[in-house]
Design a protein around this ligand. Structure first.
Ligand code: MN
Length: 209
């Protein structure tokens, strides 16, 4: 069993992000988001690889970076569910309470250099998150020339498939916010900024360089 992909345990309580994302959202919704949605991606990924068991035990991030190595018959399933697994695993760390409340140091300097200011970066990220039509993710990434970019991806597509390293992620699928925010995605995005663990984001930024 240890060869199979596994759902990572959440390292914080479902209600830990109150009041930014309220108790009802966190207890009911996070429980569903992690224990049902994320678990389903992991289960589907394991099922897909029953026909290609040599992939069991490889990091899902590596598989996504080399998605064209995956047999064509299961590639779309792996893209959707492997992306779902990797994206959510990353997202839980972004949300993990604790850590810095704002970017500092090298990351802050690079954000200011790349986007003009921290506010301008956040505005660009907000726009990416708000205007992603349907389901997807907003990202801050580092590309292979070590440059920062903001964009969104559709469905569970991962920046790893483009050779980019995720630094910050926001899930904008309706399942991430509908219970509390209904159709008010901008309110959810605003709440998100108050719970970002910038220590994790800075760590991923440093790793990417
Ligand atoms: Mn999700």
């Amino acid at each position: 069993m240890s060869q199979l992909f596994e759902l990572p345990a959440l390292t914080f309580a479902f209600n830990a992000l109150e009041p930014a994302i309220d108790a009802r959202t966190m207890e009911i919704h996070m429980e569903i988001h992690h224990d049902k949605h994320h678990a389903a991606y992991v289960n589907n990924l394991n099922k897909a690889f029953e026909s290609a068991p040599e992939f069991y035990g490889q990091p899902v991030e590596k598989i996504l970076k080399e998605i064209n190595q995956v047999p064509e018959s299961i590639r779309t399933t792996v893209r959707n569910n492997g992306g779902g697994h990797a994206n959510h695993t990353f997202f839980w760390d972004v949300l993990n309470p604790g850590g810095k409340k704002a970017p500092t140091g090298d990351l802050l300097a690079d954000l200011e250099k790349s986007f003009g200011s921290l506010d301008a970066f956040m505005e660009k990220f907000n726009t990416a998150a708000t205007t992603r039509f349907g389901s997807g993710w907003a990202w801050l990434v580092v590309d292979n020339e070590k440059k920062l970019h903001v964009y969104s991806t559709a469905n569970q597509d991962s920046p790893l498939m483009e050779g980019h390293s995720p630094v910050l992620a926001l899930d904008v699928w309706e399942h991430a916010y509908y219970l509390n925010y209904q159709n008010r995605r901008p309110d959810y995005i605003k709440a998100f900024w108050s719970v970002v663990n910038w220590s994790f984001v800075e760590q991923e930024y440093q790793k990417s360089r």
